[in-house]
Design a protein around this ligand. Structure first.
Ligand SMILES: *Cc1c(COP(=O)(O)O)cnc(C)c1O
Length: 350
């Protein structure tokens, strides 16, 4: 049995959330004198003098269409990073509760755990970068509130086996967070459609990757209406700014354009994989379900530094456990990929 009430921190359960001016009156009116805004306007862009919609209703309705779920199942954060922090703050009692991550994985789960003084337990991925279910199960105790799964995983690029994820969802009494930041590049399908099946599921996605909107900062958490309610209670009232809400609303009309980019990036991922596989010191290019590849290569650190001198920046993961000698390479534009490959020829020629 999943009991959400038992997972929420007491202070959050008791919390009376901040009631903003736009909460207390949200209808149509002629004269708004309730929020101490500058009624005269703003420089450059006249209409940014007003506070944005704290509930982001328009964006959520549009997203509900795009994702095929009800808007009561959508939470919006200032990037996924805010969603991550809010999950800690809502469910994990500092100094008492713990969470589990499966490294090598996205670094923010660990940082956020430390910021919130929440114990972090690690069940490293197996050699094939899949979940170690036995280890995972052994780490769970009565104070384990969250299990963080990242699929497709960063920095390894692979999707986690669906049956393994289902095993965790079916057996863990806390909340399972699946970070699907790279889901649009994957062969696997999203868990968003499984929300009705699993009351303990939170799926995170973002507009920062496939949607190409990292600069706007919009992260999404999809979950049961009662989990979403908790997150809404804890979030800062105006966490999604007006410019982001307006631009995202427009961008969400362009599903076709985004799908074209995804196809192109996936094709270039394949091409880049083949080029790297043909290089003499490359030991492995791990199969990727994301918009990056993980390359195991002799002298990874030295190559990283060599490329820096040419103005090319990769992500050096060579000192990360299970990613020894690995570089993480984002799929760039055709031109950027060519610059990288040419520079690699220079590396071999020197
Ligand atoms: C890039 C990335 C994110 C995105 O975070 P935002 O704050 O939404 O930009 C989330 N999770 C993972 C695993 C990522 O790699």
């Amino acid at each position: 049995m999943f009991e959400l009430e038992k997972l929420i921190r007491n202070n959050i359960k008791k919390l009376t959330p901040y009631s903003s001016a736009r909460d207390e009156f949200s209808g149509e009116a002629k004269v708004f004198l309730d929020a101490n805004e500058n009624s005269l306007g703003s420089p450059l862009l006249k209409w940014y003098n007003r506070y944005p919609d704290p509930h982001q209703l328009a964006v959520k309705e549009k997203l509900a269409q795009v994702k095929g779920i009800g808007s009561q199942h959508i939470f919006l954060g200032n990037g996924s990073d805010e969603c991550i922090d809010l999950l800690f703050r809502s469910f994990c009692e500092p100094g008492r509760d713990n969470v589990i991550i499966c490294p090598p994985t996205y670094g923010m789960y660990e940082v956020s755990a430390h910021i919130n003084d929440v114990e972090l337990r690690k069940a490293p991925l197996l050699d094939d970068f899949q979940l170690d279910l036995v280890h995972l199960e052994n780490l769970v105790d009565t104070h384990t509130k969250l299990i963080w799964l990242c699929s497709p995983n960063n920095p390894t690029g692979n999707s986690l086996n669906r049956t393994d994820i289902e095993m965790v969802l079916n057996n863990f009494k806390g909340i399972v967070v699946i970070d699907e930041a790279y889901i649009n590049f994957a062969r696997q399908k999203s868990f968003v459609q499984e929300l009705t099946e699993y009351p303990n599921l939170v799926v995170m996605q973002t507009l920062s990757k496939a949607w190409g909107l990292a600069g706007l900062r919009l992260g999404m958490a999809f979950a049961s209406a009662s989990i979403i309610e908790v997150l809404n209670k804890v979030k800062p009232p105006y966490n999604i700014n007006q410019a982001t809400q307006e631009l995202v609303l427009k961008a969400l009309e362009e599903v076709g354009q985004v799908n074209d980019m995804i196809h192109l990036l996936v094709d270039m991922r394949q091409a880049l994989t083949e080029v790297f596989l043909s290089m003499p010191t490359v030991e492995k290019v791990y199969p990727s379900d994301a918009n990056f590849i993980l390359v195991k290569i002799k002298d990874a650190r030295k190559i990283y530094e060599f490329l820096l001198t040419k103005g090319i920046v990769l992500r050096d993961r060579s000192n990360v456990k299970l990613c020894e000698d690995c570089l993480r390479i984002t799929v760039g534009t055709e031109k950027e990929n060519t610059i990288l490959v040419d520079a690699m020829q220079d590396w071999y020629a020197q």
